[in-house]
Ligand binder design. Structure first.
Ligand code: SF4
Length: 281
């Protein structure tokens, strides 16, 4: 049984402006999903969210941008946000999640105070062309290597329920394991009628087994984190994910879907006597 649970919050600092065509993602402008779209949050808004996240017991705060990757302008923006949050000394680890990035860009993020870089492989190399045609899986893998080389802790996971085969799942998990990430976030596809993928075929039982498999194949990862899709995939059994090897969850809203109220998650964890980690250690 897990001895403590880590909470992490996400801030979608740009939303819904991505030109890529990932079939599972409502942030792509191609699919016209009914989501809130905005160019950028102000630095002040981001700092306020970070304070709220910490007050809700989060130990990680993730700055997520919509788009394929970093360019100079976006890099400066994320760096400003990271520096402003860091200056508050809230005790939060800062995670950046900004798509494909070069070694040099990632070094600059690190200098600005970013601790971890999140870049998911999403699915297997073999299945990737079926879900995205505008960039290649190999670019994603290369970014993960760049993040490690830049001295950032790598956060690398994927998404299940896209219609991938069992072999695809194993292939993705082998690829993730080969990168030896510090943390592995797992998402479960959240269908939206505007997307080309209309359903998530996974059963709850299969999803629990996938968490177990992720843990088994990444035994040294510090955190196996359940991110998007938790509420929809597991419903009232969502806190059972900790019985299958998960030890972290995202609290609050996801990128474009609503999550539980952070206070509800905290209440449910307390009801089950599951301690919430006070820091990242
Ligand atoms: S997953 Fe990332 S790259 Fe793909 S459409 Fe969404 S925001 Fe763009």
């Amino acid at each position: 049984m897990i001895d403590k649970i880590y909470l992490c919050a996400i801030s979608n600092i740009e939303s819904g402006t991505c030109l890529e065509d990932c079939k599972f993602c409502t942030q792509s402008v191609k699919y016209k999903a009914d989501i809130v779209r905005y160019k950028r949050k102000t630095i002040e808004e981001i700092v306020e969210e970070a304070k709220k996240a910490r007050a809700n017991k989060a130990i990680g705060f993730c700055l997520v941008t919509a788009g394929k990757g970093l360019d100079d302008n976006r890099l400066e923006y994320v760096m400003s946000a990271a520096k402003a949050v860091k200056a508050e000394n809230l005790g939060l680890r800062i995670i950046a999640c900004n798509g494909t990035a070069s070694y040099e860009q990632l070094c600059r993020l690190k200098e600005a105070g970013v601790d971890n870089y999140n870049h998911n492989l999403e699915t297997s190399r073999e299945f990737y062309p079926s879900i995205c045609t505008t960039h290649e899986w190999d670019e994603r893998y290369a970014t993960c290597l760049n993040a490690k080389k830049a001295g950032l802790k790598l956060v690398c996971g994927g998404i299940f329920g896209l219609g991938e085969s069992v072999e695809d799942r194993l292939s993705m998990l082998r690829s993730i394991a080969s990168l030896e990430p510090a943390n592995v976030p797992i998402n479960f596809f959240h269908p939206n009628s505007a997307l080309p993928l209309v359903e998530n075929p996974l059963t709850k039982e299969e999803a629990f087994e996938l968490i177990k498999l992720t843990k088994e194949m990444n035994p040294n990862a510090h955190k196996i984190m359940i991110a998007g899709g938790r509420e929809l995939m597991f419903g009232e059994d969502q806190y059972d994910v900790f019985n299958y090897g998960a030890n972290a969850i995202v609290i609050g809203d996801y990128l474009t879907t609503k999550g539980n109220m952070a206070s509800k998650d905290i209440e449910e964890l307390e009801k089950r006597n599951i301690p919430i980690a006070p820091s990242c250690n």
